[in-house]
Design a protein around this ligand. Structure first.
Ligand SMILES: Nc1ncnc2c1ncn2[C@@H]1O[C@H](COP(=O)(O)OP(=O)(O)OP(=O)(O)O)[C@@H](O)[C@H]1O
Ligand SMILES: Nc1nc2c(ncn2[C@@H]2O[C@H](COP(=O)(O)O)[C@@H](O)[C@H]2O)c(=O)[nH]1
Length: 213
């Protein structure tokens, strides 16, 4: 009588908070067999990023075709570019019983919240210890111009205000601590009664019907 469906794990939070770093640490050992959903984006590829692994990099026209085909679970415009979550692969992975990680910004996370059943997903907001530290991380990362960092920080202030719509908040002060908390959240979500109750009812029904044959 265990839970066999995959869980959709939405890891979200402002740019530079460390979503990618924490997710990479979670996937290093990956004892629970999580799957990462590779997003589509029109953003320019950064040095070291691999097409198909970090993102599916594409033109605006190609992205807009995906929107037209309704092939995205959600998408958002973020600091001048499109970002979106391809749907087909996620459905396949969840049906196969894998927990699927989305690493997305807040607007997109809230769209997913509207589209999926409450018991099928968990929404985790990764928060910085404070805003000065967040800006420092964006600067240190060295991937964005000062003007882009400014825009990302403006957006971060709005995003942090949306934390209330999530199920959990994890402060990323230290990566190993954040990883442990996220793994604990996911394992607890799997133990929720809502995750197993329908299957148990079906099993009881089947058992009783079998007994009446
Ligand atoms: N707990 C932490 N303490 C100090 N630095 C950290 C911590 N977590 C991540 N960092 C650093 O902060 C920077 C931003 O991290 P990362 O790129 O993972 O953020 P992100 O949330 O995925 O950003 P984006 O949303 O823009 O992709 C990186 O240089 C990373 O090494
Ligand atoms: N709504 C979505 N947001 C996404 C997706 N993939 C990534 N992101 C988020 O966009 C910003 C900027 O990312 P960057 O790689 O340019 O730094 C960041 O918050 C990402 O988490 C997506 O599919 N949908």
């Amino acid at each position: 009588m265990s839970d066999t469906r995959g869980l959709l794990i939405v890891l979200s939070g402002p740019s530079g908070v460390g979503k990618g770093t924490v997710r990479a640490a979670i996937f290093e050992d990956n004892p629970y067999g999580y799957v990462y959903s590779v997003s589509a984006t029109t953003r320019q590829q950064r040095p070291g990023e691999i097409d198909g692994k970090d993102y599916h990099f594409m033109s605006r026209e190609a992205f807009e075709a995906l929107i037209e085909q309704e092939a995205l679970l959600e998408y958002a415009q973020y600091v001048g570019n499109y970002y979106g979550t391809p749907m087909a692969k996620i459905e396949e992975d969840l049906a196969a019983g894998h927990d699927v990680f989305l690493e997305i910004e807040v607007q997109g996370a809230l769209k997913v919240r509207e589209r999926v059943n409450r018991e099928d997903a968990v929404f985790i907001f990764l928060a910085p210890p404070n805003l000065t530290e967040l800006e420092g991380r964006l600067v240190e990362r060295g991937t964005d111009a000062q003007s882009v960092i400014y825009e990302r920080m403006q957006r971060a202030c709005e995003e942090i205000d949306m934390m209330q719509y999530y199920d959990y908040v994890v402060v990323n002060d230290q990566v190993p601590k954040a990883v442990a908390k996220i793994n604990a959240i996911i394992q607890s979500e799997h133990l929720k009664v809502e995750r197993v109750v329908d299957r148990i009812h079906a099993e009881i029904h089947q058992y009783l019907q079998g007994g009446n044959d």
